[in-house]
Ligand binder design. Structure first.
Ligand code: CAO
Length: 415
C-alpha cells in the first residue's frame, strides 16, 4: 500500500527533540527523510542520557525512526556544495537551529530560493519576532514562556512544568501541520514558502483555555469551577487550578485502594451533570440526586471539595481498575492514573501500534511510541533510527556523485 507522503523528500536539518519529532511524523506518513548530521558527532542526543555505552541513546532512537542519516560538514566549502545539491533535490528543509545559524552557514532564505524556488523552509524557534527572538530555547523554557507553567500546579506551590513535552513535541506537531499545508498550497502556486512554529506560540495555543479564563477573571473576578472558589481568593492572573477540569465538568484526582504504597493508585473522576444521579447511587448518596444543595451543577460548585471527599471514600474501597469497570457501566467519565510501566505493558496499545517494539543493530530490542495518528490508507511501519552517516554513500550516489568523488569528499572532510 502507498503512503500519504510518498515522493516527498525532506532535508532534515533538525536536532534534539522539537524538530526531530516533526520529521519523524512526516517519515511515518511516507516522506523520504534525509537527516543531515555533523560528521563524527551527529545529533547531540545520540550520546545524551545513554543507558548502554557507545550505543545510540533511547533519546535519539525514539525521535528518529524511519529516517536516513548522512554526515556533511556544512561549514566546509565542499560540504556546502553537497548541501546545495540536496536542497535542489528536496521539497522541504526542516531546521531547528538557534536563530541565525542557517544564515551564518550561508543558507539564507534568498539563497535557498535561488537554488530551489519550490523549497519549503520550515523552522522551529523558541520565540517569534520580538524581544526574545534571538534566544535559545529548550522545552521547559517554552512551557514557562507559553503560559503553561503559571497555570499548572497547586495554588500554594510554585509554577510546575508538565511531563508532556508540549514545548518540543507539541511544536514539532504544529510544524508538521504547517509543512503539509505549505505542500498543499504549493500544488496550486508552484512556490515554496517559509513555515515558522515558535515554541512559545505552540505552548500558548495549547493553553488557549487559560487565556479564555484570564478574560473571564478580569470580567467577573471569580471562576466558580476553580478550587479557589468559594473560600480562596483570586488575584489578577489565572491561578494554578490543581487537578480541576478545565471546562464545565468538574473533576479531580482521587485516591484508590492501595494508594498508601502505590504512587499511581489514583483515578480521575468527573462529576458530569447528565450522570449525577448515577454517581449518587454508586457512591451511596442517593439523597444528593434530589437535594437542592446538590442536585444541580450550579448548586454543586461551592461544594465540590465535600463532594469529591465523599466520592473518594468510595474510590478508596476499589482499585483504580475496579472503579473504572463499575463507573464505565454507568457511563460516568473517569480515567485511571496509568504509570509508564503500565502503559508499556498495555496489550491494546501494542495492538494498535501506539507502543511498538523495534529492533536495533547495536542496542537490540526497545520500546517506542509509534505514530499516534492513524490513516486508513497510509499505515505506519515503524523502522529503527539510522546509525550516524549510515546512508551517506547511498544518498551521495542518488545525488549523482561517483565512488571516486565520494572518496575524495571523505578525504577532504566534507562528508
Ligand atoms: N556541519 C557543520 N556545522 C553544523 C552542522 C553540520 N552538519 N550542523 C549544525 N552545525 C552548526 C551550526 O551551523 C551552528 O553553528 P554556529 O553557532 O556557528 O552558527 C551549530 O552547529 C548549531 O548550533 P545551535 O546553536 O543550534 O546548537 P546549540 O546546541 O548551541 O543549541 C538549541 C541548541 C536547541 C538551544 C538551539 O538549537 C535552539 O534554540 N533551537 C531552536 C529552538 C529549539 O528547537 N529548541 C528545542 C530543542 S529540544 O529541547
Amino acid at each position: 500500500m502507498g503512503k500519504a507522503l510518498d515522493g516527498v523528500r525532506i532535508l532534515d536539518f533538525t536536532h534534539v527533540q522539537s524538530g526531530p519529532t516533526c520529521t519523524q511524523l512526516l517519515a511515518w506518513f511516507g516522506a523520504d527523510v534525509i537527516k543531515v548530521e555533523r560528521a563524527g558527532a551527529g545529533d547531540i542526543t545520540r550520546e545524551q542520557l545513554r543507558d548502554i555505552p557507545d550505543v545510540d541513546s533511547l533519546y535519539f532512537t525514539m525521535l528518529n525512526h524511519n529516517k536516513r542519516s548522512v554526515t556533511i560538514d556544512t561549514k566546509n566549502p565542499e560540504g556546502k556544495l553537497v548541501l546545495e545539491a540536496l536542497i535542489q533535490k528536496c521539497d522541504v528543509l526542516v531546521e531547528n537551529f538557534a536563530p541565525g545559524a542557517l544564515d551564518r552557514m550561508g543558507f539564507t532564505w534568498e539563497r535557498i530560493q535561488e537554488l530551489n524556488p519550490k523549497m519549503i523552509v520550515a523552522s522551529v524557534k523558541g520565540f517569534g519576532p520580538g524581544p526574545y527572538e534571538d534566544c535559545k530555547v529548550y522545552e521547559n523554557v517554552a512551557q514557562c514562556a507559553g503560559g503553561a507553567a503559571s497555570t499548572t500546579g497547586f495554588d500554594d506551590g510554585p509554577p510546575v512544568v508538565s511531563g508532556a513535552q508540549i514545548g518540543d513535541s507539541g511544536t514539532g506537531l504544529h510544524l508538521a501541520l504547517g509543512i503539509v499545508t505549505a505542500l498543499y498550497q504549493r500544488t496550486m502556486t508552484g512556490r515554496g514558502q517559509k513555515v515558522l512554529a515558535a515554541m512559545q506560540d505552540g505552548v500558548l495555543n495549547l493553553c488557549r483555555v487559560k487565556l479564555r479564563d484570564q478574560q473571564r477573571l478580569e470580567r467577573t473576578g471569580v471562576m466558580k469551577e476553580y478550587p479557589q472558589y468559594p473560600n480562596g481568593t483570586f488575584g489578577e492572573a489565572v491561578p494554578r487550578a490543581g487537578n480541576a477540569s478545565g471546562g464545565g465538568q468538574p473533576g479531580w484526582i482521587l485516591k484508590c485502594k492501595g494508594w498508601e504504597a502505590d504512587p499511581n493508585a489514583y483515578i480521575y473522576f468527573i462529576t458530569q451533570a447528565p450522570v449525577w444521579a448515577k454517581i449518587c447511587n454508586v457512591i451511596g448518596k442517593e439523597e444528593w440526586a434530589t437535594d437542592p444543595d446538590y442536585a444541580t451543577p450550579a448548586a454543586r460548585l461551592p461544594r465540590l471539595k465535600e463532594i469529591f471527599a465523599e466520592v473518594e471514600r468510595w474510590t478508596m474501597s476499589k482499585t483504580k481498575f475496579e472503579a473504572m469497570e463499575i463507573l464505565n457501566k454507568y457511563d460516568i467519565p473517569c480515567g485511571p492514573i496509568l504509570s509508564m510501566k503500565e502503559i508499556a505493558e498495555d496489550p491494546s496499545l501494542r495492538k494498535t501500534g501506539t507502543i511498538v517494539e523495534v529492533d536495533h543493530p547495536t542496542r537490540g530490542k526497545y520500546l517506542t511510541v509509534g505514530n499516534p495518528i492513524k490513516l486508513s490508507d497510509s499505515p505506519t511501519e515503524v523502522t529503527r533510527s539510522p546509525l550516524l552517516g549510515e546512508h551517506t554513500d547511498e544518498v551521495m550516489a542518488e545525488l549523482g556523485y561517483s565512488l571516486e568523488q565520494i572518496s575524495a569528499l571523505r578525504v577532504a572532510g566534507a562528508i
